[in-house]
Design a protein around this ligand. Structure first.
Ligand code: RTP
Ligand code: MG
Length: 140
């Protein structure tokens, strides 16, 4: 399988509980390398753009409010099959349905406050990485 890059966010419920290191340990244990990382406060514009695909969904307003409610850590992860691998490590969107040992099973508070984001496909990974990182901030 090819070496890929995926985009990750440690969401405000993770920074609020000071568990970003615990989540990074799970990422690294899965064989993914954190090749870029920064802690930011997302603007409303950034969050709305990032989740634009969900703008007609009933939870959109709540999702945007949550994503700007505190700091987030944005990351680029690299590894073999990184996109699918990180989705596996994250677990299902709803933590009550997430498999044992996954980040969301271990740490997520609810379907909305679910600790992490990961890109769902190669095309979205590329777009999402470019929204938050310039090329020289990614060191593989
Ligand atoms: P993400 O995009 O954050 O990696 O999560 P995902 O692919 O597992 O889930 P997605 O369907 O893309 O939904 C994006 C985020 O919206 C929030 N959500 N809330 N209240 C709800 O029913 C609901 N459904 C989704 C979650 O924060 C989810 O991660
Ligand atoms: Mg998604």
């Amino acid at each position: 399988m090819a070496i890929e890059r995926t985009f990750s966010i440690l969401k405000p419920d993770a920074t609020e509980r000071n568990i970003t290191g615990a989540i990074n340990a799970l990422i690294e244990k899965a064989g993914l390398r954190i090749v870029a990382q920064k802690r930011i406060r997302m603007t409303r514009d950034q969050a709305e753009t990032f989740y634009a695909v969900h703008k007609e969904r009933p939870f959109f307003g709540e999702l945007v409010d949550f994503m700007i409610s505190g700091p987030v850590v944005v990351q680029v992860l690299e590894g073999e099959g990184a996109i699918a691998k990180y989705r596996d490590v994250m677990g299902a969107t709803d933590p009550s349905k997430a498999a044992d040992g996954t980040i969301r099973k271990l740490h997520a508070k609810s379907i909305g406050e679910n600790s992490v984001h990961g890109s769902d496909a190669a095309e979205t990974a590329k777009i999402e990485i470019a929204q938050f990182f310039s090329g020289n901030e990614i060191v593989g």
